[in-house]
Design a protein around this ligand. Structure first.
Ligand SMILES: C[C@H](CCC(=O)NCCS(=O)(=O)O)[C@H]1CC[C@H]2[C@@H]3[C@H](O)C[C@@H]4C[C@H](O)CC[C@]4(C)[C@H]3C[C@H](O)[C@]12C
Length: 315
């Protein structure tokens, strides 16, 4: 899977990022689509022409974002949701029809706030058509974030589910509602240094700090990553300045990351965290590092030619 995280700094600036956990990459690059790019949406949904920066690929001239944000601080990420996601087979009359592959881009292109996106989504049908013969339809759910809050979008057999997200994290299946309920199993976990306890005639002293976190799950399953990410996001102290906030996001993601050897998928391959990202709305900068190269790279929106009408990708 993947893990997505949002928070704001002490001044209310948005930071949003994700781990992309998979066995292989898709050749993805930091990709900037300028406001002036001409985009013909698959089913004629409006195209709001905002500059969009994120991680993705292009296919037949179409930007396919895994996660992205726009120039006004609205960010979106898509995470696997197989077994639960079910899209429309074709466009639905009377709805704004959006293809699943264009969803993050469409949101970032058209809205500036979560409130705006949430209101519009009530009339949206997500349609499961492949973008090309090369790429099948991905079964995803999405986190949408701005400086005020985040929401989760899950499109299932019984239609659209929109959740306000009070912990600002997302992992994979099962549903977001399950993940929130599951947190109640871990409400005893806390950061405080434990007091000495007496059990009958035995005095129990703590090993050291961290003992009060006992019970937090350490495995890579989606529910366990959700719990760890929610705990870290809730307890990390407010940081000042972009450098320390990017650090905060990447450290929080690292706490839910896959390292090779831990989680096997079909064919004896292991899942790993291919990249971890952090978008800062303060400077409109996309930071990321990869499994192979821990160095953090940064690409600001202003590094690209915003007057162009062409998609641009960082080297
Ligand atoms: C594989 C990625 C999700 C990773 C994830 O959630 N892993 C969880 C592993 S597990 O379940 O918990 O085991 C998803 C996220 C975004 C997806 C991509 C984006 O949706 C953009 C296009 C969409 C096309 O339909 C398919 C290719 C694609 C380029 C997608 C490939 C792949 O499905 C991606 C890269």
């Amino acid at each position: 899977m993947c893990t997505g995280v949002r928070f704001t700094d002490a001044d209310g600036n948005l930071y949003f990022g994700r781990n992309l956990d998979w066995t292989v990459d898709y050749g993805e690059k930091v990709t900037m689509t300028p406001a002036g790019f001409t985009y013909q949406t698959k089913f004629g949904a409006p195209d709001g022409k905002r500059a969009v920066l994120g991680m993705g690929i292009t296919c037949d001239g179409i930007p396919l974002y895994f996660d992205c944000a726009n120039e006004n601080g609205l960010a979106v990420g898509g995470l696997n949701f197989p077994g639960y996601a079910q899209y429309e087979e074709g466009p639905v009359d009377g709805k704004t029809n959006v293809a699943a592959y264009e969803f993050p881009f469409w949101i970032a292109r058209n809205f500036d706030t979560v409130d705006e996106a949430e209101a519009a989504l009530k009339d949206v049908a997500i349609v499961g058509v492949p973008v090309s013969d090369e790429y099948p339809v991905s079964m995803l759910h999405w986190i949408i974030a701005d400086k005020d809050r985040s929401i989760i979008v899950e499109y299932m057999a019984d239609g659209l589910h929109l959740y306000h997200n009070p912990v600002d994290v997302l992992t994979n299946q099962p549903t977001f509602g399950y993940h929130l309920e599951n947190l109640r199993n871990y409400m005893g976990a806390k950061p405080e240094f434990p007091a000495t306890e007496t059990w009958d005639k035995l005095e129990l002293t703590p090993w050291g700090s961290g003992t009060s976190m006992f019970g937090l799950p350490g495995d890579y399953s989606s529910p366990s990553r959700f719990v760890r990410a929610a705990y870290a996001n809730a307890h990390y102290p407010d940081m000042k300045g972009e450098k320390d906030n990017v650090q905060r996001l990447l450290k929080t993601l690292q706490n839910s990351a896959f390292i090779l050897g831990g989680a096997e998928v079909a064919g004896g391959q292991f899942e790993k965290t291919i990249y971890s990202s952090c978008y800062s709305a303060l400077t409109n900068t996309y930071y990321y590092n990869t499994y192979e190269d821990y160095t953090v790279k940064a690409h600001a929106l202003s590094d690209f030619d915003l007057t162009s009408d062409q998609i641009q990708q960082a080297a």
